[in-house]
Design a protein around this ligand. Structure first.
Ligand SMILES: *Cc1c(COP(=O)(O)O)cnc(C)c1O
Length: 404
C-alpha cells in the first residue's frame, strides 16, 4: 500500500479521534484512563513491524488469508452488464471477516499483559470469533449477549460454550445488542486491571473505530492488489454491506484516495418507511451512543430505537463514525435494500455461483443486481462477500416456507 498523502482521506481520525464532526470518545471519567492506555498501546503496536508480522502470521496460517478474489462469471452473464468480482472473506476461519479484527485485538491484549477477554455480541458471530481467539490464546472469555438474542441464536450460543466462553445473558433495555454493549462497557470499568474489551465493529470510543478499521483493511489491501493483477486496473465500483460498518470500511479504506465509486448497503428491513429497518444513515440522525458521535436510529425524544433486519448481523441502530463522515462529505454513497431483495440475491448466488452467502452480503449483492445490468460490460464491480450462509439457512427456510 502507498502511504497516505498529507491531505488524504486515509489520515483520519484526528488526534481527538474525530472524523469531521463524528467519532470522539464520550465516556465516563472512570473509563477514560483505560481508553487512553489502549490508545497509547495501539499507537505503539501499529508502528512496530514485529506486531504487524505477528498479525500477518496468524492471518495467513490460522485465518487462511489472503482470501481469493473470484470473478463471478455465471452471475455476470446472468445480469448482463458489468463484470462482478467477489472478495471471498466468507472463506476465512469461522466463516466471516470478524476474525481479522479479533486476531488483531487479542494480539494487542496479550502485549498489554491483559489476562481476561470480554466482548458483546448480537447475532453471536462476533461472540464466536472472540471465543475462538480467546481459546487460541488460552485466555478466559466472557461474552455479553442480550437475553432475547440468546434465545434467537442458540447454535451460536452453543458454539461459544464449546469454545470455552462464559455467555452472560443481558436483560436490561430491549435485551439485544445495544444493551449487551452497555453491559460490556460496565464490566470493563469494573475490571480495569486485567480485562481487554474486544469490540466487534468499527464503532465505540476512539481508538476502536480506527483500530478495527486498520485490522479489517487487510480486506481492501488484498482486493486492491488482486483486482489490479486480474484486470490491470482499479475497479469502477466497490460495494459492501453495512451493519456497524467494519467489513465495509475494511474494503473501502485502501480505495478512499482512488477514483473508485464506493457504495455501502444498509438493511431496509420491511422498507425504509415501515419503521422496521436498520438504515442508520438513510433514516437516522446524529447523536451519541457507545462512546462516539454518529448517525443513530432514534425516536422524536432521542431514544434509541430497535433496528430490524432479516440479517441479524446488520441489526445495529448505529453505524461507525467514519461512515457518518464519508456519508456527509459524499465520498461514499449509502443505499438500502429490503429483506425480500436480500432473499432474492441469496438464492441467485446459491444457484449461479455455488456459494451460499450470509444474509449480510446478500444485501450488497441485491444492490449489485440493481446496478450491474445498467452498466456496460467493460465496467468492473468489486463486492465483499463478507460471510458464508450456513448460519442463515434456518431463517431462509422459514421465509421460503420450507420445513427443515
Ligand atoms: C457481523 C457481520 C456483518 C456486520 O458487521 P460490519 O461491522 O458492518 O461488517 C456483516 N456481515 C457478516 C457476515 C457479519 O458476520
Amino acid at each position: 500500500m502507498t502511504k497516505p498523502l498529507p491531505n488524504s482521506l486515509r489520515n483520519l481520525p484526528d488526534q481527538h479521534g474525530r472524523f469531521g464532526d463524528f467519532g470522539g470518545r464520550f465516556v465516563a471519567e472512570t473509563l477514560m484512563p483505560l481508553i487512553l492506555e489502549l490508545e497509547t498501546a495501539y499507537e505503539k503496536a501499529r508502528n512496530d513491524p514485529e506486531f504487524f508480522d505477528e498479525f500477518q502470521y496468524y492471518l495467513k496460517h490460522y485465518v487462511g488469508r489472503p482470501s481469493p478474489l473470484w470473478l463471478a462469471e455465471r452471475l455476470t452473464r446472468k445480469l448482463g452488464g458489468a463484470k462482478v468480482y467477489f472478495k471471498r472473506d466468507e472463506l476465512n476461519h469461522t466463516g466471516a471477516h470478524k476474525i481479522n479484527n479479533c486476531i488483531g485485538q487479542i494480539l494487542l491484549a496479550t502485549r498489554m499483559g491483559k489476562s481476561r477477554i470480554i466482548a458483546e455480541t448480537g447475532a453471536g458471530q462476533h461472540g464466536v470469533a472472540t471465543a475462538t481467539v480467546a481459546a487460541l490464546f488460552g485466555l478466559p472469555c466472557v461474552i455479553y449477549m442480550g437475553s432475547v438474542d440468546v434465545e434467537r441464536q442458540q447454535p451460536n450460543v452453543f458454539r461459544m460454550k464449546l469454545l470455552g466462553a462464559d455467555v452472560r445473558p443481558v436483560t436490561s433495555g430491549a435485551a439485544t445488542l445495544k444493551d449487551a454493549m452497555n453491559e460490556a462497557l460496565r464490566d470493563w470499568v469494573t475490571n480495569v486491571h486485567d480485562t481487554f474489551y474486544i469490540i466487534g465493529t468499527a464503532a465505540g470510543p476512539h481508538p476502536y473505530p480506527a483500530m478495527v478499521r486498520d485490522f479489517q483493511s487487510v480486506i481492501g489491501t488484498e482486493a486492491r492488489e488482486q483486482i489490479i493483477a486480474a484486470e490491470g486496473r482499479l475497479p469502477d465500483i466497490a460495494i459492501a454491506a453495512v451493519g456497524g460498518g467494519s467489513n465495509a470500511i475494511g474494503l473501502f479504506h485502501p480505495f478512499l484516495d482512488d477514483p473508485v465509486q464506493l457504495i455501502g448497503v444498509e438493511a431496509a428491513g420491511h422498507g425504509l418507511d415501515s419503521g422496521e429497518h436498520a438504515a442508520s444513515l438513510s433514516r437516522g440522525r446524529p447523536g451519541v451512543l457507545h462512546g462516539n458521535k454518529t448517525y443513530l436510529l432514534q425516536d422524536a425524544d432521542g431514544q434509541i430505537m430497535e433496528a430490524h433486519s432479516i440479517s441479524a448481523g446488520l441489526d445495529y441502530p448505529g453505524i461507525g463514525p467514519e461512515h457518518a463522515y464519508l456519508h456527509d462529505i459524499g465520498r461514499v454513497q449509502y443505499v438500502a435494500v429490503t429483506d425480500n431483495q436480500a432473499l432474492e440475491a441469496f438464492q441467485l448466488c446459491c444457484r449461479t455461483e455455488g456459494i451460499i452467502p450470509a444474509l449480510e452480503p446478500s444485501h450488497a449483492l441485491a444492490h449489485v443486481m440493481n446496478i450491474a445490468p445498467k452498466l456496460t460490460d467493460n465496467k468492473v464491480i468489486l463486492m465483499n462477500m463478507c460471510g458464508r450462509g450456513d448460519k442463515d439457512i434456518f431463517t431462509v427456510a422459514k421465509h421460503l416456507g420450507e420445513k427443515l
